[in-house]
Design a binder for this molecule. Structure first.
Ligand code: URA
Ligand code: SF4
Length: 192
């Protein structure tokens, strides 16, 4: 069962001290949602609220994410939400390449268990983890297929980060417009 596998993996993750981020955070934030989700959202890193509560996207950006999910008639329980690194960087600085590399096997294992039909990347850190050559200003709102030796062929849909769009009217409208395309991307992925 996916649920048991994911719970076991996330429990192992809670004890992780593999990179320096573990020194500055209150707790590891593995991720949350359905182990059988068709859509997996991947953000950047836990922030202050996430670090306190042990869950992803529970602050202002998370509220905005919930609102956008509601527009496409989904709840956060229907999807899976994770981050590129599972521990909060001090002062919310960007996670370093080294930290992202060290944390990657956890995300890889989460993806391998959930096997989402689409991975929605939130922000450039998440996008560049899978698609290092892309620029978010050009790639946002587009579906891209890529083969990974460990994961197989995977469809990605790249979005701006909700935190970046929160207080920027133009980006906010673009993000909402892109977000509404998710059901269509999912249907088209179904057709193969
Ligand atoms: N921003 C992220 O990228 N991830 C979270 O979990 C919260 C805010
Ligand atoms: Fe482990 Fe990832 Fe946390 Fe680093 S960020 S300590 S690799 S769980």
């Amino acid at each position: 069962m996916n649920k048991e596998k994911l719970e076991k993996l996330n429990k192992e993750m809670l004890a992780c001290t593999k990179c320096a981020l573990s020194n500055g955070c209150k707790q590891v934030v593995p991720g949350a949602g359905s182990a059988n989700a068709q859509i997996m959202f991947i953000g950047e890193a836990p922030g202050k609220k996430e670090d306190e509560l042990g869950a992803p996207f529970v602050g202002a950006a998370g509220k905005f994410l919930d609102e956008m999910l509601a527009i496409i008639k989904l709840k956060r329980e229907d999807v899976y939400i994770a981050n590129t690194v599972k521990c909060r960087p001090i002062e919310n600085r960007d996670p370093s390449q080294e930290e992202k590399d060290i944390c990657w096997p956890w995300l890889e294992k989460q993806i391998a268990i959930i096997q989402p039909k689409i991975i929605v990347t939130l922000g450039r850190h998440s996008m560049n983890l899978f698609l290092p050559e892309l620029k978010i200003s050009e790639a946002h709102g587009k579906a891209i297929k890529k083969d990974f030796p460990e994961i197989g062929e995977q469809t990605f849909f790249t979005l701006y980060h909700p935190a970046a769009a929160l207080y920027n009217g133009g980006l906010r409208q673009t993000l909402i417009k892109d977000f509404k395309k998710i059901p269509k991307v999912l249907r088209e992925t179904d057709k193969g």
